[in-house]
Ligand binder design. Sequence first.
Ligand code: PHE
Length: 346
Amino acid sequence: MKNQLENIYKSATEALENASSINDIEEIRTKYLSRKGEFNEIKKGLKDLSDEDKRTVGALANEITQKLETGLKLKYDEFYKKELNEKLQKERIDVTLPGKYTQAGHTHPLTSTTNEIVSIFQNLGFSVVNDDLSPEVETEYYNFDMLNVPKDHPARDMQDTFYTKLAKNVVLRSQTSGAQIHAMEGKNPPICVVAPGRVYRNENINARKNNFFHQIEGLYVDKDITFGDLKGVLNEFIRLYFGASRPTRFRSSFFPFTEPSAEIDVQCIMCEGKGCRTCSGTGWLEILGAGMVDPNVLKGVGIDPDVYSGFAFGMGVERLAMLKYAIDDIRLFFNNDIRFLEQFKD
Ligand code: PHE
């Protein structure tokens, strides 16, 4: 048994001498010293020896194990230092080198314009409803019927509105005004919300028109709301968005869901009112439609028009951005040309 022990010790020391990495050391440790290792296997035989032999062989076994452990530890430390140094050398970071530049994205000008407009209305007391309440894929019911748009109105025509194949009456919303219905249904005034969102129309694409664009709808319904309130809120919005010096005008208009209705124009930024191609020579550009909510619409959602009144408005986000930043082609927003977008880093 002694011989056996000594042989194992010899082969273990040889292995240790040939070891060249921490990995090797771990392998040797497992092979010789683990619970299932060679020493333990032999130590199991100790119990069959005479007391005398148990003592001497046992002592020898312990001595050898200890020597081996010390040897392993020494080598381990040596390799550990070596490997650590190699690693540090390899992964050394030269903090004096110039950094690698990664281009960070930034907010799209339509998103920042929407955010800016929405926050103006939030400061005026409006809360925001989002697409969960008023979806882009909408039924004719919300996009037209409940908004008092007659069945034979040309806006329903296939030429303006995209009809889906999901079902006969499912459309891509052509306006955010459906959000008015969603906001009023099952609720009691006061209701004071803005609803930003994307809308779709079957247009021929050119510098002024795209077949999808963005609108922000607004609605305020309560007792005693008048056209004066509408003018006050919208004038304040225009003052905050364009600054006090930009000329604006209210023009009477028609929408099936508001009565009376108005459109608001701001002076064309390209020609400062002189008349140019962008404003078709008029000097003005329309930015929003508005009006007092038609009593029929209120009735439809169960709000008594004899008790409550309200105003609604809808504005085009692209238009508002174009007029603020003097952008003369709506398609620039959607081409994702980095040279255009980079000008809007905040
Ligand atoms: N929905 C109308 C449009 O898209 C704008 C509008 C909204 C008009 C609310 C009046 C009231 O042209």
